[in-house]
Design a protein around this ligand. Structure first.
Ligand code: KIV
Ligand code: ZN
Length: 519
């Protein structure tokens, strides 16, 4: 791989270290979907799995090696064991650019307690195994597992031996996330200063997040000359996870003045990749997660909203578009100032000359105190009804759903509207799908559910479930909430909440914007 000196190779290990931490192992097909997206994102190396660990993993690595062309290096993991290395070589062989990544623990605790080998025995194993890997593959990476806790002198000897045996990438993992950034940077500098053949290899780092320092450690290593970072999408990985790709990449992109480096990542694919990994791995992301959390580009404080309206850079160090989001999000709450409310009303088509801002703002504050977040449809309703309570158009009178193993989910709903009662039945892919289809039969709106989230609001078996739906129709995007001890009923209530909001927009002949891609 010939590269410019200041390019940092992005080595993605979502499918290996990340997958180790997923609640269920991924199928070949699921891994391939993620690999295709990683290639679109522009990662330089995909670590596709640990071929010896299971036939499924072998299959995944060899399928990805076969299918992902004209793009990243495809790499497999192997212990310093001949069988591992040979199996790995077979799995990555179909790739245009295959790599074997072989590793062994080098800290005293690993060599003495886990491996029960002397330092010299480990050194001999490194030499023999890296040579074997090199006979099977031109591109060999060696990792000194637990390098962060390995004695400096010994780590230098390990790195020298691995390079001499033919490894062209030397990875320095902080396997247990123990090292502090300054210390980690010093380890990288020490290797550049003391390993005689260091110019024959690229230094990589692989940091875990046990103390929340994985990104800081990786970036400090880059500042000290490391030119490969190992990371995962959303920071998923063993225990507290790995350094997260999006954090490292955006820091390097935003601070070329400081890091004096760049990556080839297409950052506009970050959000899409993050969502795919959440969905496939069934691992949601906390709302305040840097870069890809739902709140990463959301402003709530009145002072911040006012600043962003005047100049985005006051409180946004990067644009939402740079990571593939449509826009930022301003949460309208009781902390929002009149400038923000006025701006949102203008977005919704209300001219300032048509209303009295002082009285609208007073009503907005009262509503925000009651509701928490005021959505666009709430604002339209406030403007059209002077903030008074309004009646829902549709009321769900009853809902029955039958479903079970082997049964076709079927629902019957009874709804009253304008004093008339309507009944309809429908079948669906699941209980919620059947229930919403039965409701659709009666109401007749075209609605697309974009997101459904479920939370328990009380504890125990009888817990109340709160379902939040985001759905869109020709009138815009809407958030609806429903609570019940029954999940299907809570979902139906949330759906009815949205239907009544749409009914109001139809009545007021108003449309609200489609929500920015923030969930
Ligand atoms: O954390 C670690 O040390 C690893 C190695 C296999 C690179 O995952
Ligand atoms: Zn790891």
């Amino acid at each position: 791989m010939s590269i410019k000196k200041d390019k940092v190779i992005v080595f993605d290990t979502t499918l290996r270290d990340g997958e180790q931490a997923a609640p269920a192992s991924l199928s070949v097909d699921q891994k391939l979907r993620i690999a295709r997206q990683l290639a679109r994102l522009g990662v330089d190396v995909i670590e596709a799995g640990f071929p010896i660990s299971s036939p499924g993993d072998f299959d995944s690595v060899s399928t990805i090696a076969r299918e992902i062309k004209d793009g990243p290096v495809i790499c497999g993991l192997a212990r310093l064991v001949a069988k591992d290395i040979e199996t790995c070589a077979k799995a990555v062989k179909p790739a245009q650019r295959p790599r074997i990544h072989t590793f062994i623990g080098t800290s005293a605790i690993h060599t003495e307690k886990k491996l029960r080998k002397s330092e010299d025995e480990v050194l001999a194993l490194i030499t023999d195994s890296v040579k074997l890997a090199r006979r099977l593959c031109d591109d060999v990476q060696f990792s000194a597992e637990d390098a962060g806790r390995t004695a400096g002198d010994y780590l230098c000897r390990v790195v020298e031996a691995a390079i001499k045996a033919g490894a062209s990438t030397i990875n320095i993992p902080d396997t247990v996330g123990y090292t502090a950034p300054e210390q980690f940077g010093a380890i990288i500098s020490m290797l550049f200063d003391r390993v005689p053949n260091i110019d024959k290899a690229r230094i990589a780092v692989h940091c875990h997040n046990d103390l929340g320092m994985a990104t800081a450690n990786s970036l400090t290593a880059v500042a000290h000359g490391a030119r490969q970072v190992e990371c995962t999408i959303n920071g998923i990985g063993e225990r507290a996870g790995n350094a997260s790709l999006e954090e490292i990449v955006m820091a390097i992109k935003l601070r070329p003045d400081f890091f004096k480096a760049h990556t080839d990542i297409n950052t506009r694919e970050i959000m899409h990749t993050s969502k795919l990994v959440r969905e496939i791995c069934n691992m949601p992301v906390q709302p305040n997660k840097a870069i890809v959390g739902a709140n990463a580009f959301a402003h709530s404080s009145g002072i911040h909203q006012d600043g962003v309206l005047k100049a985005k850079k006051t409180y946004e160090i990067m644009s939402p578009q740079s990571i593939g989001l449509k826009d930022n999000r301003m949460n309208l709450t009781s902390r929002s100032g009149s400038h923000m409310v006025k701006t949102r009303l203008a977005d919704l088509g209300y001219l300032e000359t048509e209303y009295d801002m002082r009285s609208v703002y007073a009503k907005f504050k009262a509503l925000a105190d009651k509701k928490g977040t005021v959505y666009d449809d709430d604002l339209v309703t406030l403007m059209e009804t002077s903030g008074g309570d309004i009646q829902d158009t549709f009321t769900l009178e009853y809902l029955t759903v039958s479903c079970g193993k082997g049964a076709i989910p079927t629902a019957t709903a009874k709804i009253t509207a304008d004093g008339k009662t309507h009944r309809a039945s429908a079948i669906g892919d699941g209980a919620v799908d059947a229930a919403t289809k039965a409701i659709d039969e009666i109401v007749g709106y075209k609605i697309k559910i974009d997101n459904l989230s479920l939370a328990s609001v009380t504890e125990g078996r009888e817990a109340q479930a709160k379902v939040s739906l985001i759905a869109s129709s020709a009138e815009g995007s809407f958030v609806g909430n429903g609570v019940s001890t029954d999940i299907v009923e809570a979902s139906a209530n949330a759906y009815m909440d949205i239907i009544n909001k749409i009914a109001r927009m139809k009545k007021f002949k108003r449309k609200i914007p489609k929500m920015a891609d923030m969930c």
